[in-house]
Design a binder for this molecule. Structure first.
Ligand code: DCP
Ligand code: MG
Ligand code: MG
Length: 607
C-alpha cells in the first residue's frame, strides 16, 4: 500500500504535490453524429436513429439507446433490439467536422484556452475567467449549477469550492450558447484538472453537467472498473498493468510507486500512480490549425495503376474541400501507400512528399480555389510520387492510399512582417478566418491533424515551385484585423502579427484607399457614384504618381504607393540590399529575425 493518503483532502493537495487552483471544463456533445443529423433533419428527432458506417452503428440517438442500441453495435444486432431503427449513413464526415469546428468556435468566445479533443470534446481552462469573476462576486452567495459528484465534505481554505461553483455557471453558459446557436445538447464536467473533468462529464448525460470537488477525486477514481477507463492509459499500458494483476483503478491506487517502477520508467510509474488518485497537472493546450491536412482510403486490395489513380483523384477532390475550409495555401504534398507483402502476409506504409507551387491555389474573395489545370498538376505530382514508391515492372498490392498537405504558407514575422501588408497574397487569410469564427459566420476549419505516417521521406527533387502569380486583391483585411484581439487568435504562435495593432493614420488611409479603389473599379465610369469618390480619387492619383519600379513582384503597388515616404524609402533600401535588411527580394516566404527599424514604429503592441 502506498504511503499516500487515499482519502486525500484539500490539505493534502495543498502540500504542493497536487494543487488545485485550476478550473477546467470538459464539454462533450451528446450522441454527436446523431445530433448533427437531427439538426439537419428535425424529423429524425422523434425516431430511434442509428448512424451507420459500414456494418456498424457508430452512435445512436438517445431514443434508440432506450431500446438498447449501443455505440459500435453491428447493424444486424441493432435491428434485432430495435426493428424501427432509422439508419443514416455517416461515412462522409464533412458535416460532423463542420459542426465540430463551429462548437470549437463558440467555445473560443470566452477567450480562455480551448483544447479540442477528437470531434465532439473540448477542454476549456477557465481559471483566469473565474478569478476575474471572483473579484466581483460575494463568495458566500455563489451557487452551483448542475449536479455534484458529492457534496463538499470539508471546507477548503484555498477557495476551490467557490471557484468550481463559478466554473459550473460558466459551463452552463457555454452549453446554453452551443444549444442556442447550433442546436446541440452537451454534457460538461467541471473539476480542478483535465482528468477529473473528462471522467466526471458523462455522469449525468445527456444534456447535463457535473462538478467534482478535489477531495472526492480519489474516491471517484476508485469507482472506475478498469485502468483502461483512464484516458491517458492506452492498450499497451493496460496490458502491462493487467500482467501485474492490476486491473481496476482501485488496484492501481493500492500498489506502491516502487512496485510500479519495476515495470515502468520512473516518470511513468509516478504518473500512473497520480492518475489513479485523480491527479493530473497537464495543461489545457490551445488548439491551433493542424500541421497537416490529410485523408486516407483503405480497401481490400488494389493492384492496377489506373485504379490507384482513380482512388487518388477521389481523395484529392475531398482533400481540396478540407483545404478550402482551412484557408491556408499548401506548399507540400505527401502521398502514402500501404503495401501488402503477399509472401509475408504483412503490410507496411511508405510515403513520399514533394513541394508544390502555391500558385496552384488562388484566393478569390477569401475562398481558396484550384482550377482544373491546377488539379491536373496536383495529380501529376501525386502520380509521380506514386511511381517513385512503386516499381511498376513488378506486381504490387496496396491496401491503402493517403494524401496529405503537410506544409502551408505562413505569415512572416518580425521585421519582414511588413511585407505581409504589401502582398497580394494569401497569408492574411488565416487572420480573416479567425475573425469570422467568433462572428459564427465562418466556413469551418479542420483541426483534426493527421499524424505523420511512419516512413515519410521528403522528395525535394520534385519541387515545382513557380513564381507566384498576381493574386486577387484583399481590400478589407486591415479593417477586419482591427477586431482581432490576442485572445481571439486560435493559434497565437502562428499569428504573431495578429498581436499587433496598426497605429498609423497612414495605414488607415491605405485601408480606405484600397476600399475606395475597389469601389471605383466596380463602378461604371458614367455612374454618379464616381463623383462621390472624387476626393479620394485625387489622393489615389497622387499616390499612383509615386512609383514602385523597384518593388519585388509580390508587392501590391497600390498599397506601397500609399505608404509614408520614409517607410517607402526603408522598404526600397531593404529590397535593394536584402542581406542587410532581412527582407528577401526574391521570395516572400523567407523569414528573418526582427531588427530595430523605423517600420516597426507603425505598429504598437496590442493592449
Ligand atoms: N465515434 C466513432 N467511432 C467510435 C466512437 C465514436 O465514429 N468508435 C463517433 C461517433 C460519435 C462521435 O464519434 O457520435 C463522438 O463519440 P462519443 O464517444 O462522444 O459518443 P457520442 O457523442 O455519439 O455519444 P455520447 O452521448 O455518449 O457522448
Ligand atoms: Mg459525445
Ligand atoms: Mg466524445
Amino acid at each position: 500500500m502506498d504511503d499516500r493518503n487515499m482519502e486525500s483532502g484539500c490539505s493534502h493537495y495543498n502540500d504542493g504535490e497536487s494543487e488545485h487552483s485550476k478550473c477546467i471544463i470538459h464539454v462533450d456533445v451528446d450522441c454527436f453524429y446523431a445530433q448533427v443529423e437531427m439538426v439537419r433533419n428535425p424529423e429524425l428527432r422523434s425516431v430511434p436513429l442509428g448512424i451507420q458506417q459500414k456494418n456498424i452503428v457508430v452512435t445512436s440517438n438517445y431514443e434508440a439507446r432506450k431500446y438498447g442500441v449501443q455505440k459500435c453495435m453491428l447493424i444486424t444486432d441493432a435491428l434485432k433490439v430495435c426493428p424501427n431503427l432509422k439508419l443514416v449513413n455517416g461515412e462522409d464526415l464533412h458535416n460532423y467536422r463542420t459542426a465540430s469546428n463551429k462548437i470549437f468556435a463558440v467555445l473560443l468566445c470566452w477567450k480562455c484556452p480551448v483544447e479540442k479533443l477528437g470531434m465532439d470534446e473540448n477542454y476549456i481552462d477557465v481559471t483566469n475567467l473565474v478569478q476575474e469573476k471572483l473579484k466581483t462576486t460575494n463568495n458566500t452567495s455563489v451557487t452551483l449549477t448542475g449536479h455534484t459528484y458529492n457534496e463538499p465534505s470539508m471546507d477548503c481554505q484555498c477557495g476551490c469550492h467557490t471557484r468550481l461553483r463559478i466554473a459550473s455557471q460558466i459551463a452552463s453558459e457555454m452549453r446554453k450558447k452551443i444549444y442556442d446557436e447550433l442546436g446541440f445538447t452537451t454534457c460538461a464536467g467541471i473539476a480542478h484538472n483535465k482528468l477529473l473533468a473528462k471522467l466526471i462529464c458523462p455522469l449525468n448525460k445527456p444534456n447535463d453537467q457535473t462538478t467534482i470537488y478535489p477531495e472526492h477525486g480519489t474516491s471517484f477514481m476508485s469507482t472506475l472498473p478498469s485502468v483502461r477507463s483512464i484516458p491517458s492509459i492506452g492498450s499497451k499500458t493496460t496490458e502491462a498493468l493487467i500482467s501485474q494483476k492490476i486491473i481496476t483503478v482501485s488496484d492501481l491506487q493500492e500498489v506502491s510507486v516502487d512496485v510500479l517502477k519495476k515495470h515502468f520508467s520512473s516518470d511513468m510509474a509516478v504518473r500512473l500512480k497520480g492518475l489513479s488518485l485523480g491527479e493530473d497537472n497537464t495543461p489545457v493546450k490551445q488548439t491551433g490549425k493542424p500541421q497537416s491536412i490529410g485523408l486516407e482510403d483503405s480497401f481490400k486490395i488494389v493492384s492496377v495503376k489506373s485504379e490507384v489513380e482513380d482512388k487518388f483523384t477521389a481523395l484529392l477532390q475531398r482533400l481540396l474541400v478540407l483545404v478550402r475550409e482551412d484557408g491556408r495555401i499548401p506548399v507540400s504534398l505527401r502521398v502514402t501507400l500501404r503495401k501488402k507483402d503477399a509472401k509475408r502476409l504483412s503490410s507496411h506504409r511508405e510515403s513520399r512528399q514533394s513541394q508544390i507551387s502555391p500558385s496552384i491555389f488562388t484566393l478569390s474573395n477569401g475562398t481558396l480555389t484550384v482550377t482544373e489545370a491546377g488539379q491536373q498538376k496536383l495529380m501529376n505530382i501525386i502520380m509521380r510520387l506514386f511511381n517513385k514508391l512503386i516499381d511498376l515492372s513488378k506486381p504490387f498490392h496496396l491496401t491503402l492510399v493517403g494524401l496529405a498537405f503537410t506544409k502551408f504558407q505562413e505569415r512572416m514575422t518580425g521585421r519582414s512582417s511588413i511585407v505581409n501588408y504589401l502582398m497580394n497574397d494569401i497569408s492574411v487569410q488565416s487572420v480573416l478566418n479567425l475573425q469570422n469564427e467568433c462572428d459564427m459566420s465562418t466556413t469551418s476549419m479542420d483541426y483534426s491533424a493527421v499524424s505523420p505516417s511512419s516512413s515519410t521521406t521528403t522528395d525535394l527533387s520534385d519541387a515545382e515551385v513557380e513564381p507566384s502569380p498576381k493574386k486577387p486583391k484583399k481590400v478589407t483585411w486591415i479593417a477586419k484585423r482591427r477586431c482581432l484581439s490576442k485572445e481571439e487568435v486560435a493559434s497565437p504562435s502562428k499569428l504573431k502579427v495578429g498581436e499587433l495593432r496598426l497605429n498609423s493614420k497612414e495605414l488607415e488611409k491605405v485601408s480606405e484607399l484600397r476600399l475606395n479603389s475597389r469601389d471605383r473599379s466596380l463602378t461604371p465610369r458614367a455612374s454618379p457614384a464616381k463623383d462621390n469618390l472624387s476626393d479620394t480619387s485625387d489622393t489615389m492619383k497622387d499616390c499612383e504618381e509615386r512609383n514602385c519600379d523597384d518593388c519585388p513582384s509580390y508587392v501590391d503597388k497600390e498599397v506601397f504607393s500609399a505608404l509614408p515616404d520614409d517607410m517607402q524609402k526603408e522598404l526600397k533600401a531593404m529590397w535593394k540590399n536584402p542581406s542587410s535588411s532581412g527582407v528577401p527580394r526574391s521570395s516572400p516566404r523567407t523569414t528573418n529575425k526582427a531588427k530595430s527599424n523605423t517600420i516597426m514604429k507603425y505598429f504598437v503592441p496590442h493592449k
